[in-house]
Design a binder for this molecule. Structure first.
Ligand code: NAD
Length: 479
């Protein structure tokens, strides 16, 4: 299979004819040749977007709604095909893709399609003096760059608000997981999205990604990925005064107090640790447990985690599939070795998993629980982004808080407690963009999404996203 760019509504080979391998992580086999685009392809995309912008940005909202909502409907009609493609490309179980990734991608289209019908702006009236109107206008051409962990889900989470706000979008999915974005191109064509409104460019971050960031006619960059790449993007885009939204890495804490609803906490903590092989930016990778229930938690948690089945993503019995690539697999195993060298005790997992048959060359890692490590070690400070968590007891609220806040990241935090005043205190004191109490990954798409500290700047979701993708103009009438 060849995965080409989608430029001007047409399947377009890369200008310089270069391709990279698309690999199925469940088997280690090459299944596609993926366009390795560069600045020349970005130039083609910008020219197509410039032509499309005048009519797209002035299209009546109802018409834009119909097209975007039509894409949502078509995604749902193709649920099974897209779920299989997502699983093949990323190693996640088909079950996960079918129940989480693809339905949420459709919802992203539907949510922002309806939002654009209600997007309004403020006016400010001073009696006898002035009436000011805040006009929101699309930026023009914007760049959206997304990672591999939730491929179509995060790609659509970025491109749809940009399109809804009237922009033309140059989107770049991860080179590691390009498949569903290429299927989305066909869906967009079928749903009547005019040529040039959405371009999808494939290829490497430091080539085509960097060329998108550096192009002077691309007015904003919305990026989700590593803190390292986010810093590089900011270095190039900031002096060009581009709008920037950066959703970056995390090292999220889970704080578990003895007064929590224990069974619910336990089941959710298994999920929040190992869902999608731990490759969700919101997964809790540092688990802190009140000392009085630490031993009970440790025993129950390790027993539940040990029972999780790692296997072929196509098998409905698999709880965990493969991690996304050979590089990532090697990195995670190396990080587990570092944890050992740092004095960590591996309570379960800690090794690769051999899957027989077609999975024998795939990238499978056992869900791993480690204890006995201090806050200030690489394992507890650096993002691993795999099926690896650490557990540690705490004695006081103060200690729990300083452990939770003790990294350079600040994406999300989860607290398990039934003590209301404690919950209120933690809701204020935790350094995170998202704080969940007695739940995890419960998302209302109207709420702001993003992190503090090294987890990024800017917020996605709801009106925040539509505002990011528009410029405000203050118009004042003297009266
Ligand atoms: P990555 O930074 O390597 O790549 C992300 C995307 O950026 C890819 O499309 C890549 O090609 C591109 N890219 C890389 N370098 C670039 C550059 N110099 N210029 C332009 N584009 C560039 O990240 P990844 O490995 O694909 O994803 C995993 C990371 O994403 C983890 O750190 C994870 O925490 C983070 N993430 C964050 C969120 C969030 O909402 N905060 C969500 C999901 C994933």
């Amino acid at each position: 299979m060849t995965i080409n760019n989608y430029i001007n509504g047409i399947d377009t080979p890369p200008v310089h004819g270069r391709y990279i391998d698309g690999i199925n992580p469940a088997t280690g086999k090459i299944f596609a040749q993926v366009a390795a685009s560069d600045a020349a392809d970005v130039e083609l995309a910008v020219q197509a977007a410039k032509k499309a912008f005048p009519s797209w940005s002035t299209m009546p909202p109802e018409q834009r709604f119909n097209i975007l909502n039509g894409i949502a409907e078509r995604i749902l009609q193709k649920l099974d095909v897209l779920a299989e493609a997502e699983s093949l490309d990323s190693g996640k179980t088909i079950k996960t893709a079918r129940t989480i990734d693809i339905p949420r991608s459709a919802l992203n289209f539907r949510f922002f399609a309806t939002a654009l019908l209600h997007f309004a702006s403020e006016s400010h009236y001073t009696q006898g003096q002035s009436l000011s109107v805040t006009l929101r206008q699309p930026l023009g051409i914007v760049g959206c760059i997304s990672p591999w962990n939730l491929p179509l889900y995060l790609f659509s989470w970025k491109i749809v608000p940009a399109l809804a706000a009237g922009n033309c979008v140059i989107g770049k999915p991860s080179e590691v997981t390009p498949y569903t974005a290429s299927l989305l191109a066909e869906i967009c064509q079928d749903a009547g999205l005019p040529p040039g409104v959405l371009t999808i460019l494939h290829g490497l971050g430091h080539e085509v990604g960097a060329a998108i960031v550096a192009h002077p006619e691309i007015k904003a960059i919305s990026f989700t990925g590593s803190t390292r790449a986010g810093a590089e993007i900011a270095r190039i885009a900031a002096p060009m005064f581009k709008k920037l939204s950066l959703e970056l890495g995390g090292k999220n804490p889970n704080l578990i107090f003895a007064d929590c609803n224990y069974e619910e906490m336990l089941a959710t903590t298994v999920r929040s640790s190992f869902n999608n092989q731990g490759q969700i930016c919101l997964c809790g990778s540092r688990i802190y447990v009140e000392a009085s229930i630490y031993d009970r938690f440790k025993q129950d948690f390790v027993s539940r985690v040990s029972a999780l089945k790692v296997g072929l993503p196509t098998n409905d019995n698999s709880d965990l599939g493969a991690v996304v690539s050979q590089t990532h697999y090697d990195k995670i195993l190396e990080r587990i070795d570092i944890a050992r060298q740092e004095g960590g005790i591996i309570l379960c997992g800690g090794t690769k998993v051999e899957v027989e048959g077609e999975g024998s060359k795939g990238y499978y890692i056992a869900p791993t629980v480690i204890e006995g490590l201090p806050l200030n070690c690489r394992t507890n400070q650096e993002e691993i982004f795999g099926p690896v968590v650490t557990i540690q007891p705490f004695s006081t609220e103060e200690e729990a808080l300083s452990l939770a806040n003790g990294t350079s990241y600040g994406l999300s935090a989860t607290v398990w407690t039934n003590n209301l005043s404690r919950a209120q205190r933690f809701s204020i004191e935790l350094q995170a963009g998202i704080v969940w109490f007695n739940t995890w990954m419960m998302r209302d798409l109207r709420t702001p999404f993003g992190g503090v500290k090294d987890s990024g700047i800017g917020r996605e979701g709801g009106w925040e996203a539509l505002r990011f993708f528009s410029d405000t103009k203050n118009i004042t009438f003297r009266i």
